[in-house]
Design a protein around this ligand. Sequence first.
Ligand code: ADP
Ligand code: MG
Length: 339
Amino acid sequence: STPVAYVAGLGATAKKGIIVKGGIHLEALSAVKTIACDKTGTLTHGEFNLLELYCAVGKLKGYTRLEIFRLLAIMEAESSHPMAVSLVKAAKNEGVELTSEDIATSHTILKGEGVEGEIDGETVYVGNLKLIERLGMLPSVGDIALNKAAKWSSNGGTVGFVAIENVGVLCVFVVADKVRNESKIAVRQLQNMGIEVFMLTGDGKGAADAIAKQVGIKPENVKSQLLPIDKLNFIKTMKLKPANEETPLMTNRSTRSEHYSSDVEGSNKVGLFSKRDKVMMCGDGVNDAPALACADVGVAMGTGAAIAMETADVALINNNIQNIVYCVSMGRKVVTVIK
Ligand code: ADP
Ligand code: MG
């Protein structure tokens, strides 16, 4: 039987559009000391716009701007990355009209790097600097394009390249996403509650640092260019950290709480009121799912991937990231009442 305070807590959060999947998670929420937050789609809206595409390099290789946009559109039409929609739209605005013939065969996702596919018998790549470096195509980018890329990413933009095998890089472009209005205030409130906030992102260092600065996350707490496994490993590492002894909640041992912990957490996890601070992961993407599952509390954005919503312990159905603050406060309140 669930204590009355838990039921009340779940009801109050539900009214705000926060689905907490059980009282046990309110307990974990009360002890959260570390929050790892995905960038794209979580701290930001995840809705991109193409700001600029520079293709002087392309022209030298006999590709027109329109042709480059066509290749980009074909590749992105089959992609699921949040930036894909904006690129297809931008290509359309440039005059690209895709027909059913315009497809990329063997379209593949290159984890943490971009996409690859065959168009008109050529291997086309769209992705980030990491990809271009790995392909050994950096020399084909050119100084002007490289300088633009550096400037764009230091302003918080996400930089991409279109390249063809045996030809080289055709263009460089920048897409940008907007920080959610609530992100900055949420980060500050969490920090004021004694919580350490980190950013975990697959995006490059430049964009990551710029967005972190905008939302108030410390530079040393920013982890960029991460693969899903890296996000998972970060959470694992944080969970191994010993608790801060000064945290009053940690020293409380109630049989009821221990009963709850062992029910849900399993034998490999430490009981909720044991001497270990809790780690929250907050994300929206397929690439966040392993980390969401590993965290003591996984929080998913409502517009996120289905797998993220399913894996998480808490879903913010109205996408308001400030609701995290409410969740932690509610957890603390409920646990205090039960004590
Ligand atoms: P994230 O959700 O943090 O961006 P991903 O692993 O999905 O993480 O992507 C990592 C990086 O790979 C992106 O930031 C982007 O630079 C590049 N990338 C991924 N997919 C695409 C794509 N369809 N087009 C261009 N670049 C892409
Ligand atoms: Mg994301």
